[in-house]
Design a protein around this ligand. Structure first.
Ligand code: HEC
Ligand code: HEC
Length: 344
């Protein structure tokens, strides 16, 4: 007998009643709706934001730039669709330690899965929004209806919500829609801007191709292969840029996350280096040649295996319901490519 599945929330019934005339278009501003004037409250429905011309097909609204970070975060295998909106005539300043985004910037990420509850085609579950207002950054979440035609803004103090999904192979897994406070646990490491996918080590190709329009000047080189000693090391660096370094960036004040995993210091802070404190397990982060004996591998892979009894916390600590098969592969290959002599 199959276990009951939690249905995806159905939000479409009231839609016919909603007036959704987009705000008046500003002169010279191709963008429409809330995206063109984010000082307004966020609209209740995604279709009123101007983010998508047609939510059903995720076709971008006017003024959107679609991009993929160089090192995308693993999110339980979801397909992600990302958009950037910059106010006309403004640019991203890549010259500081952190990229600076103009007031009025809107960033969007929608999450979809291929197979859900017997439905055909990709199903979009959530759309996350990050916007830079004059008085700071705003986070928002839109929950999609079951038809995939419209999404509703999560209320003021929304909580995390869990759905049961099924992947293409028929395997079930839980998927957590983040709560309001969860966004900041990843996006607000002290001393950084909340934008994680357009950053020092994350320069999306689609933006680089239009650098003259989008950046105030050419951003610094972000290639990893020149910093790495081997292709295995470049792959490991890419993996931690995507999944770890937004917390482990050396600017995090949280005691045990203070060490940096950013590319220039990745090797010296991991290979042969002991963990910082007993709070989350004592060990050596990377023991050359020994994946199972390495704290980094233990935290990322072994903590999420059934029956794990060690002291490490699962890494990353949030946003994962399903282990990334690439983590196992990339970290193991790197660790096994190292010789004992590689430890400092
Ligand atoms: C587990 C950590 C984590 C959590 C929790 C999280 N994010 Fe993100 N988010 C990231 C990372 C890393 C990226 C950049 C990499 C990517 O897009 O694959 C990102 C990208 C984004 C983007 C695209 C702009 C950017 O920063 O690159 C938006 C918008 C966004 N997140 C919004 C949210 C909102 C809103 C929430 C809460 C509802 C949230 N995120 C929760 C880690 C997280
Ligand atoms: C959302 C922020 C966040 C992300 C993302 C994250 N970590 Fe951590 N990490 C922490 C915190 C906080 C601790 C301290 C945990 C504790 O002791 O309670 C920690 C501890 C650790 C430790 C043990 C402490 C030490 O001194 O070595 C390791 C190893 C580690 N993280 C590796 C990783 C790796 C590898 C990734 C990416 C796959 C990752 N972390 C992603 C926040 C994060």
């Amino acid at each position: 007998m199959s276990a009951p599945r939690i249905p995806i929330r159905l939000l479409s019934l009231a839609l016919g009643l909603v007036a959704c005339g987009p705000a008046e278009q500003r002169e010279g501003d191709p963008r429409i709706g809330w995206v063109a004037d984010i000082s307004a409250e966020l609209p209740e429905w995604l279709s009123e934001t101007g983010i998508y011309a047609d939510p059903a097909t995720l076709s971008p609204g006017p003024g959107a730039v679609a991009y993929v970070p160089q090192h995308p975060l693993w999110s339980n295998g979801a397909d992600k669709d990302r958009l950037l909106f910059l106010p006309p005539g403004t640019r991203i300043d890549p010259t500081g330690a952190e990229f600076a985004f103009p007031v009025g910037t809107v960033l969007v990420k929608s999450f979809a899965f291929d197979a859900i509850e017997g439905r055909d085609g990709a199903v979009t579950l959530e759309t996350r929004v990050l916007a830079r207002r004059a008085d700071g950054w705003v986070y928002a979440l839109y929950h999609w209806n079951a038809e995939g035609t419209e999404a509703a803004l999560a209320g003021a103090d929304w909580r995390a919500e869990s759905l049961t999904l099924e992947d293409a192979s028929g395997a079930r897994f839980d998927y957590t829609l983040p709560g309001k406070l969860d966004c900041r646990s990843c996006h607000e490491t002290p001393g950084t801007t909340p934008v994680l996918g357009i950053a020092r080590w994350q320069q999306p190709e689609a933006l680089a191709e239009r650098a003259d329009d989008l950046y105030t000047q050419a951003p610094p080189d972000a290639a990893l292969d020149t910093l790495a000693d081997s292709p295995e090391e470049a792959a490991a660096m890419s993996y931690v840029v995507a999944n770890c370094a937004f917390c482990h960036n050396g600017r995090n004040t949280g005691e045990n996350a203070a060490f940096s995993l950013e590319p220039p210091v990745f090797r010296e802070n991991t290979v042969g280096r002991e963990t910082d404190s007993s709070a989350s397990g004592i060990g050596v982060r990377i023991v050359p040649g020994d994946a199972e004996g390495s704290a980094l591998y233990e935290a990322v892979v072994r903590t999420r295996q059934a029956g794990y009894r060690g002291d490490f916390k699962p890494m990353p600590p949030a946003g994962i319901d399903r282990v990334d098969p690439r983590a196992e592969q990339v970290l193991r290959r790197y660790i096994e490519s190292l010789e004992p002599a590689d430890a400092p």
